[in-house]
Write a protein that binds this ligand. Structure first.
Ligand SMILES: [Zn+2]
Length: 416
């Protein structure tokens, strides 16, 4: 009897046990282990706020060109026969993947057609869109992933495509009650205004784990027979991509905290309600009771209750796209139109990780190889990779070769 109960509990996750997002939990573990990170975050926040205030007078309007972010989806499943789709299969179909891209575009353009309490006046078109640039499928014997270690494990199983050109989303089976998580954008790491804030390994791995991780049952819309009754519209990914673009939870991850957006009312706590009628919830953070914006994508409300990104959230996302080095490079790539392959390396000389900024016309895929001075191949055919670990390379001269199906560019660099 006990055994049966245990099996049932394992197979069925109740809606009320589910938690939208592990981003804040993971972050508090990281900052607990590395208090310097908090200082770096404060500096990053200053950079974001400064940018918003400086550009406030000429914030983009919906008439301006939108930014369309290329997305690569990594499906990490444990189907040894690699069958795609069907009940109970984490190797989800292409149709299911495309439905998630559709949801992102509806939510970020404010055309979902599902309005909550707050109607048009506060819900805006963010001016950000998404397009599916690639699907990578990898199978593993690992049955599930713990949110505390998933990012590095997934990056090793399915290496990210250049995180300064693409939004990488890993879809996997989470072991716990969380539906998703994301890596907050780096702001200060390469920003000239905050030297001396590098904090070692944590930062080194950042480019390799930059993206969002979503449990397969909540990726895309209405995965029949698999998904939860309240997290079934693909808005876990809308929420996590919001984090990836620098948005915080509307309660600021503490009692009556701040998300640095003035037009999201201060909320005492997250909305953990599973009520599909989207009942109102109130806080008294500033004295009198005010209604929480439970419709905001950055709350924990049921998918059907969500419908709002605000203007301040839009401005914050665009500020992050401008001041976060990898996000800014991503935007820059979208706008480039040269007809030749361009490769920049930095730092050079290097120790640790070599960064590359690679432009290939039309987003052509590329392969990277590294040779030493004697012509020995140190790294072979890494597809769409831009961060090369050279920690174990002996000091000396190396050559990085980037190849598309049309062109090859070779650059020299020094490991010290
Ligand atoms: Zn979250």
């Amino acid at each position: 009897m006990l055994l049966m109960l245990a099996i049932t509990a394992n197979a069925q996750r109740s809606d009320s046990d589910l938690k939208r997002c592990a981003t804040a939990e993971l972050d508090s573990i990281r900052t607990g282990q590395n208090p310097e990170l908090l200082l770096r975050r404060q500096k990053a926040e200053e950079v974001i706020q400064e940018h918003i205030h400086r550009h406030n007078a000429r914030i983009r309007t919906s008439a301006e060109a939108v930014i369309t972010i290329p997305v690569v989806v990594h499906i990490v499943h444990n189907r040894s026969d690699n069958r795609i789709g069907g009940l109970g299969n984490s190797n989800i179909s292409e149709e299911q993947i495309q439905s998630q891209i559709d949801v992102l575009n509806e939510d970020y353009s404010n055309t979902s057609g599902r309005k909550g309490f707050y109607t048009d006046s506060l819900s805006v078109d963010t001016g950000i869109r998404f397009r599916l640039a690639g699907i990578v499928r990898n199978s593993t014997r690992q049955e599930n992933f713990d949110y505390r270690t998933a990012d590095k494990q997934l990056a090793a199983l399915s290496p990210p495509w250049a995180t300064n050109r693409y939004l990488n989303i890993w879809v996997c089976n989470f072991s716990s009650e969380y539906l998703g998580m994301a890596q907050m954008p780096s702001i200060a790491e390469a920003n000239g205004s905050t030297p001396g804030l590098r904090v070692g390994d944590e930062e080194d791995s950042d480019p390799l784990t930059d993206g969002a991780i979503i449990d397969w049952r909540y990726f895309g819309r209405d995965l029949s027979g698999e998904t939860s009754g309240i997290y079934n519209l693909g808005r876990t990914t809308t929420h996590e991509v919001g984090h990836w673009l620098g948005l915080l939870h509307i309660w600021g991850n503490r009692t009556c905290g701040t998300d640095y957006c003035d037009d999201t009312p201060r909320a005492r706590d997250r909305n953990l309600s599973t009520d599909l009628n989207c009942e109102a919830k109130y806080s008294n953070c500033d004295g009198p009771l005010s209604r929480d914006m439970i419709e905001n994508y950055m709350d924990y409300s049921p998918d059907a209750c969500m419908s709002v990104f605000t203007n301040d959230q839009k401005n914050r996302m665009h500020a992050v796209l401008a001041v976060s080095p990898r996000r800014a490079q991503l935007v820059e790539h979208i706008g480039r139109s040269e007809s030749n392959l361009v490769v920049d390396l930095y730092p050079n000389p290097v120790e640790g990780y070599l960064n590359t900024n690679i432009y290939s016309p039309g987003y052509a895929g590329f392969e990277i190889s590294v040779f030493n001075n004697s012509g020995v191949e140190m790294l072979k055919g890494a597809y769409n990779q831009t961060y090369i670990n050279v920690k174990n390379f002996p000091a000396g001269v190396y050559f990085l070769k980037v190849t598309t199906d049309k062109e090859t560019v070779t650059k020299r660099f020094l490991v010290r």
